[in-house]
Write a protein that binds this ligand. Structure first.
Ligand SMILES: CC(C)(COP(=O)(O)OP(=O)(O)OC[C@H]1O[C@@H](n2cnc3c(N)ncnc32)[C@H](O)[C@@H]1OP(=O)(O)O)[C@@H](O)C(=O)NCCC(=O)NCCS
Length: 328
């Protein structure tokens, strides 16, 4: 297999300024701060302002990652965006971000892997760098999840928020090394977590009102179980494939879906709670944005230090799941 040393040259993140607290949600649906905090760990989430879209969040995160990398936008050769809430089906969110960054003639496309979208984009970035060693890749996870949330359904509307995170990948320069990525899917379980309305198998006729299927539908308990099992398993697999063990891991940074899921993955994985990064209390589940948003924050705040072996992991609709190993 072709080996190259992929480094993360820069990281960035963006969350809209507007905050929706649990107290705000208490006024919208029959819920309580106490229920939300004990069942999920979420206290508040950021949500878009009127006129702000997924591409705006992704563009801001990309700009921060470029500044962190000390690079001009025009040096970028590829833009890969993990999202299930693109501004439009066509053009892709990646194409719109290219335009908003003021650049053109790049390679830009979206990846549909739900909450695992950013980990998938890292693998696509690695593949592009193997084919094109001089490439400079922007991997982005960007979501306006609240656009697909039914704010009359208390079982889902308390869980999600909007945001974005980005990373610049290259084969040269300074930065943590992307040692490996591992991905998996099981389409047989797809019906447990869906956003089907508007797709070719669930069309809307002109004038029809939107149905529940337009919004996120999930079977919480089932998703919970699979999420814990899949993330813990793929973390074991990536370590084994790299001749490493749990003891080598300095920081575990899982997808921020529910504090109890994060905690359970940490326990299954037998890692000390203080080595597990979480910001779910402030952002909720931002889907594909959650891992890069948390990673950028964890590096900036010093939670992740030079020399650390960091394991990312995510799980999402599809089902999709994955993990990545970074050496700082
Ligand atoms: C959704 C989730 C938080 C629910 O937690 P849970 O402990 O499984 O709770 P349950 O769904 O069993 O609901 C327990 C009770 O709380 C009620 N409830 C659900 N949402 C509520 C809310 N926001 N406020 C108050 N009560 C609520 C339920 O109606 C149920 O009441 P009942 O016992 O009278 O029927 C949890 O299952 C989860 O996080 N699942 C995965 C989330 C996910 O899919 N994320 C996206 C993919 S990564």
């Amino acid at each position: 297999m072709m080996k190259n040393n992929v480094v993360i040259r820069g990281l960035g993140r963006y969350a809209p300024e507007k905050v929706l607290t649990n107290a705000d949600l208490e006024k919208i649906v029959e819920t309580s701060d106490e229920w939300i905090v004990t069942r999920t760990g979420i206290k508040e989430r950021h949500i878009v302002e009127e006129g702000q879209f997924t591409s705006d969040l992704g563009t801001e995160a990309a700009k921060m990652a470029l500044a962190d990398a000390g690079m001009d936008a025009d040096e970028i050769t590829h833009i890969i965006v993990g999202t299930f809430t693109p501004d439009h089906l066509v053009p892709s969110c990646a194409c719109i971000i290219e335009k908003k960054l003021g650049i053109k003639n790049k390679v830009a496309f979206d990846i549909a892997a739900a909450c695992t979208g950013f980990i998938y984009s890292l693998e696509m970035g690695r593949a592009m760098l193997a084919l094109h060693p001089d490439a400079k890749i922007l991997c982005i996870g960007a979501e306006m999840v609240t656009h697909r949330v039914n704010f009359t359904d208390r079982t889902t509307c308390v869980l999600f928020g909007d945001g974005a995170g980005a990373a610049v990948l290259t084969n040269d320069g300074e930065g943590p090394e992307l040692l490996d990525v591992k991905l998996a899917t099981d389409g047989n379980l797809g019906s447990l977590l869906t956003v089907s309305g508007g797709g070719s198998a669930s069309t809307y006729k002109p004038g029809e009102t939107i149905r529940d299927d337009y919004f996120i539908q999930l079977q919480g308990r089932e998703v919970f179980k699979h999420a814990v099992r899949s993330m813990a398993t793929i973390c074991e697999e990536i370590l084994e494939a790299n001749g490493l063990t749990k003891k080598n891991v300095d920081v575990l940074l899982p997808h921020q879906a529910n504090w109890r899921i994060i905690d359970a993955v940490g326990r299954k994985f037998d890692i000390a709670p203080e080595k597990v990064y979480s910001n779910i209390d402030r952002f909720g589940n931002t889907s594909a944005a959650s891992v890069p948003l948390a990673l950028s924050e964890a590096v900036e705040t010093g939670f992740i230090k030079d020399g650390d072996l960091v394991m990312l992991t995510a799980f999402g609709g599809g089902f999709t799941w994955g993990s990545a190993l970074l050496k700082f």
